[in-house]
Design a protein around this ligand. Structure first.
Ligand SMILES: CC(C)(COP(=O)(O)OP(=O)(O)OC[C@H]1O[C@@H](n2cnc3c(N)ncnc32)[C@H](O)[C@@H]1OP(=O)(O)O)[C@@H](O)C(=O)NCCC(=O)NCCS
Length: 157
């Protein structure tokens, strides 16, 4: 037996479809992750729509991340995406985006769009590593600080 403090293995992270019973935990992450969080009502209104899919990452019973994708015709848009602060830098964000890309392909779309703040280095680094590139700017888009929004696009093979 090795000396020292034993640390229990953390459960593997898995990705499941969103269920309305996930909303409390999802909203906690949303409110901790964004200065302009979406409202609970927005999620309640959107999730039943045919064009919308929300997926959640779980570690054991704990909700640790999520994304919301809208797919219409040949285009998908990643509207929200976040990982619980205590679980960041462990590959969960990348895992969710790999899953998102497979979902977008499965829904027959050929490109994915999203918007990101130029100051959001973690997200921009991750998107760049997956092949997203900037295709436009929406000037003074974010109303909390008048920051621009970068529009990124990923072409799917
Ligand atoms: C963006 C976010 C989802 C990333 O989640 P995550 O689980 O920490 O991401 P990962 O651990 O999978 O990181 C993958 C890669 O992204 C990049 N990255 C992630 N966090 C980073 C940081 N703080 N600084 C620089 N690069 C970072 C790195 O290249 C990282 O790979 P590495 O850990 O091997 O260096 C998370 O930071 C978050 O929830 N942010 C707040 C919400 C948000 O901004 N969402 C996006 C809105 S557009």
């Amino acid at each position: 037996m090795t000396a020292g403090v034993s640390r229990e293995e953390e459960p593997a992270v898995r990705i499941d479809p969103f269920d309305p019973s996930d909303l409390d935990e999802l909203m906690e992450i949303e409110n901790r992750s964004f200065t302009l969080p979406w409202s609970r009502e927005s999620y309640e209104e959107l999730w039943p729509l045919d064009s919308i899919r929300i997926w959640v990452a779980r570690s054991g019973d704990e909700l640790v991340g999520y994304y919301l994708l809208q797919s219409v015709g040949e285009e998908s848009e990643l509207h929200t995406f976040a990982v619980k602060p205590e679980f960041r830098r462990r590959g969960i964000g990348r895992m969710l985006l790999d899953h998102m890309i497979e979902q977008a392909k499965g829904r027959g779309t050929t490109r994915v769009f999203l918007q990101v703040r130029p100051s959001n280095t973690p997200a921009r680094t991750l998107y760049g590593s997956l092949g997203f590139s900037a295709v436009g700017v929406r000037r003074r888009y974010y109303r909390d600080n008048d920051e621009d929004a970068l529009v990124l696009r990923l072409e799917l093979q």
